[in-house]
Design a protein. Structure first.
Length: 325
């Protein structure tokens, strides 16, 4: 007997299950005894069950709305292919439509017309700093229209700026895929290549870029609040389905450079002799809120059933009292 008690005390899973069962018996049972002593055992059980199911359905609704509690798998980027060289040879038809942009030519044209951007993008004045189109566009968004970098010019593809959260998520997944596939040899790492550009296409229509925060009791943000509210309604009701959302991360190998002891690592330089590698990703929405929705649905139905039974029981008792009186 002592060994059994010791095993129960040691195993945290068994101990937690027993603690939960004891809590259910003590709390649920004590409430049922108190209610049953005033209403009768059958009515007491129905009342307690109705309260329990109502509370569980409310909790499920909160889990469902906020994506907390019992959760499924969160949405994430998933790699579909890794294309080497010309994107027209990619399997994805959207990737095939991406125009072939000479990144360096665009960078040279932008910096030739706006030399001050070079100082903003490279405040330390490093001679070996590697500029990118997305870096310059983030500093001055008007460059998209001036240099043919809008979604219309790119056949629907949108350039993702370095500070964009979607870019960070997609780049992290692409890094893992490239390392796992040993795309740059057996010693492939994030130092073996450098990101050239990141694009995305599809998905639901995002908020306008100039939309600010919605702050309560601030008249200056009423317009932003209306925009956000309508976007939520439009996303949930008008755009009920989720169009496919793709992203591509384009990388190129870098020229191997040696780090001088005691100095900072040198800035990687593109190896123009190596082909452009395009990692194609698709957004997998998964089922983060589905478990919460099922808890709400199941216990909501049970709550309705128990309430209906209580209602019919009250009507039957009222009919019996009327007949007896």
């Amino acid at each position: 007997m002592g060994h059994v008690v010791a095993e129960i005390a040691w195993d945290p899973e068994i101990r937690n299950i027993l603690a939960l069962l004891v809590g259910i018996v003590v709390l649920f049972g004590s409430v049922m005894l108190i209610v049953g002593s005033n209403t009768g055992p059958r009515t007491g059980v129905l009342v307690v069950l109705a309260c329990l199911f109502g509370w569980l359905s409310t909790m499920g609704a909160i889990w469902w709305m906020y994506g907390i509690g019992m959760k499924g798998e969160a949405s994430h980027w998933r790699v579909t292919e890794i294309n080497v060289g010309d994107v027209t040879q990619a399997q994805n038809q959207f990737v095939q439509k991406l125009p072939d942009i000479d990144q360096q030519a665009k960078i040279d044209a932008i910096l030739a017309k706006y030399p001050d951007l070079a100082k903003e993008a490279n405040p330390d004045g490093k001679a070996d700093h590697v500029y990118s189109v997305s870096e310059l566009v983030e500093l001055q968004p008007e460059l998209k229209e001036e240099f043919g970098l809008t979604a219309t010019d790119l056949n629907g593809w949108r350039i993702l700026n370095p500070s964009d959260k979607q870019r960070g998520d997609a780049q992290a997944v692409a890094d893992s895929a490239l390392v796992a596939a040993k795309q740059f040899g057996s010693d492939t790492s994030s130092a073996s290549y450098k990101v050239v550009a990141v694009y995305d296409i599809g998905g639901k229509k995002p908020l306008p870029a100039d939309t600010g925060d919605c702050k309560l009791y601030s008249p200056d943000t009423y317009g932003d609040c209306k925009t956000r509210i309508w976007d939520d309604i439009n996303s949930a009701v008008v755009q009920f389905t989720h169009p496919a959302h793709y992203a591509i991360v384009q990388v190129r190998a870098v020229v191997p450079q040696e780090t001088v002891p005691g100095q900072a690592p040198p800035t990687p330089q593109f190896d123009e002799s190596q082909p452009l590698i395009t990692v194609v990703l698709i957004r997998s929405l998964r089922d983060l809120r589905f478990p919460g929705f099922m808890v709400f649905l199941i216990f909501g139905v049970l709550f309705g059933v128990t309430c209906n039974v209580l209602h019919r029981r009250d009507k039957l008792q009222a009919a019996h009292r009327a007949a007896a009186g």
